[in-house]
Design a protein around this ligand. Structure first.
Ligand code: SF4
Length: 197
């Protein structure tokens, strides 16, 4: 009996939401307010998104020390709205900072897939870009872009923390340009190479 009451309440709530939603949508559409709200809301969302990037707190190899320095008190990446988080479900930037061995390819793809859209990838250092000193090694991938689409490349071995912060600034400009397009439909968008402008 309790279950039936509960289902009935859920049904009524859903029906009410649908009815109010349909009427509100029709009213807004007729007054062209819907388009206005959609454009304004989209811009507001983009502004918030680019001002608060949440990279995954993932250290792979020596470039991770530069990432740590960028987050430390001297460079203080947080003042630019870059907050490292330890759960992929709370992140929107995958910062790859070392060589990807074939054994590590599956876990890193799994981490990427656990991150919600819209999300971006930064390849930091030669190892993440092309394999670096391990180029054409038997067990190292020739760049993380062989498994994950990369938005920003930061060359160097290792790149300095300033270059990493610069990479995030470039990513911000990209987010302003392309909005919050999901990573799966950004194939045509050329990646940014820091220092190549
Ligand atoms: S690019 Fe250089 S500094 Fe960075 S992980 Fe590779 S070897 Fe280390």
């Amino acid at each position: 009996m309790a279950d039936e009451t509960q289902s009935y309440a859920v049904f009524n709530s859903q029906a009410l939401i649908d009815t109010v939603g349909d009427s509100a949508s029709a009213g807004l559409e007729a007054s062209r307010l819907k388009k206005f709200i959609s454009v304004l809301g989209g811009r507001f969302f983009n502004w918030g998104q680019r001002k608060s990037l949440f990279p995954l707190h993932l250290g792979i190899k020596c470039c991770a020390l530069e990432m740590a320095a960028a987050g430390g008190s001297r460079f203080d990446a947080e003042r630019f709205g870059v907050f490292f988080r330890s759960s992929p479900r709370q992140c929107d930037v995958m910062l790859v900072n070392g060589p990807i061995s074939k054994k590590f390819a599956d876990p890193i793809v799994r981490l990427w897939e656990q991150m919600p859209e819209p999300k971006w990838c930064i390849a930091m250092g030669e190892c993440a870009i092309s394999g670096g000193p391990y180029y054409q090694s038997y067990n190292i991938l020739e760049g993380v872009d062989t498994i994950i689409p990369v938005d920003v490349y930061i060359p160097g071995c290792p790149p300095r923390p300033e270059a990493l912060i610069d990479g995030f600034q470039h990513l911000r400009k990209k987010i302003m340009r392309i909005g919050t397009t999901p990573s799966t439909v950004r194939d045509d968008d050329a990646p940014i190479i820091v220092g190549d402008q």
